[in-house]
Design a protein around this ligand. Structure first.
Ligand code: ZN
Length: 345
């Protein structure tokens, strides 16, 4: 049984390749954070190494070892530190040394399974040298070795690397799909499942983490409160916040991206409320605030600021100066006007 929820298109494509024994030697899974890229990669690793007649069975020794990341032939590399490494902070990029080590390992035959599978998480953060080094491996496929690259955006990956992989897109799930999975598979109570499904924006992994750890929802609320403070703050406070985020960015890119995603979700909701589609918003717990705020902005202002947030995210991914990018974003926050009407939807 495949563990991934939804993503039927990608799953059926992989299943057909497995049945025809025509599995590609490299895949690129593209989709937002927590949508299930790692789950699908591990599903494929299990299917390739499963000992049962209907792989992946999820029960044989091989499937169980892979599920707990204890299979000698399955390796995950990425920005998080290795289990036995002395480093404590996440890495800023995937280094050429990590790729070289992976290549050494790939040159040896499988140790206990049928296929070696190398999963490269956050592949968009491969350093240039690492990407070039990886390219050589992708250009000369070796039997029984499969590479699976996971990325939230492929814009930063060299076209040469992308062209060597079979690309599978994992779109966000429908809120109803997330909600159904939370209640049926993980027995989350219906009311909580509905809220988490909306807030997850189609990324089940996030909803599950938040269901298991209440502090995540709390942190999310605190970040959102801060964003709302900043909207009405003066320039001095906004720039101090930009500086603070820029410092965080140098230590943890993902965290700043999450904050930008949060802004985006809020301003998209504002747009939805403004045009009278308030029943489809993400931040259902903030509807009253959204309705009040939507009255203070014109549609053009909201759209323009959504574009600014998206542009900032894109520039950060392309290694622009984070402080500059974030200061420009702070300057683009529209000022509220009084007396603009709103359709409550
Ligand atoms: Zn199995």
């Amino acid at each position: 049984m495949w563990q991934i929820v939804g993503q039927t298109r990608a799953v059926s494509l992989l299943q057909r390749s497995l049945e025809r024994e025509a599995v590609a030697h490299a895949y690129l899974l593209v989709g937002p954070s927590h949508v299930g890229k790692m789950t699908l990669a591990l599903d494929l690793a299990r299917a390739l190494n499963c000992e049962a007649a209907q792989p992946p069975c999820g029960e044989c020794a091989s499937c169980q070892k892979i599920a707990s990341l204890k299979h000698a032939d399955i390796q995950v590399i990425g920005l998080t530190r290795d289990g036995n490494s002395a480093e404590t902070k996440p890495r800023a990029e995937i280094s050429i040394d990590q790729i070289r080590q992976m290549q050494n390992s790939a040159s040896l035959p499988p140790f206990e399974g049928k296929h070696k599978v190398f999963i490269i998480d956050n592949a968009e953060f491969l350093s240039n040298e690492a990407a070039n080094c990886l390219l050589k491996t992708l250009e000369e496929p070796v039997g029984k070795v499969i590479f699976i690259l996971l990325a939230t955006s492929e814009k930063l990956l060299p076209a040469t690397v992308i062209s060597r992989c079979q690309r599978l897109e994992l779109p966000p799930l429908a809120a109803t799909e997330v909600e159904a999975a939370l209640t049926s598979r993980w027995s989350i109570e219906p009311q909580k499942a509905e809220l988490l499904a909306r807030l997850s924006q189609g990324c089940l992994g996030w909803a599950l983490s938040a269901a298991l750890d209440d502090s995540l929802l709390q942190q999310c609320a605190e970040k959102m409160d801060k964003l709302l403070d900043i909207i009405s703050a003066g320039y001095e406070e906004r720039f101090a916040y930009a500086a603070q985020l820029a410092t965080q960015f140098s230590q943890n890119r993902g965290l700043v991206q999450e904050i930008l995603d949060l802004w985006l979700s809020y301003w998209r909701d504002l747009l939805l409320v403004k045009v009278g589609c308030g029943d489809t918003i993400t931040n259902v717990d903030r509807l009253a605030m959204l309705v009040e705020m939507a009255g203070g902005y014109s549609l053009a202002q909201i759209k323009a600021f959504i574009n600014s947030i998206q542009a900032a995210g894109e520039q950060l991914r392309q290694n622009a100066n984070p402080r500059l990018v974030l200061e420009v974003l702070m300057l683009s926050i529209p000022s509220r006007k009084v007396g603009i009407s709103v359709d409550y939807g």
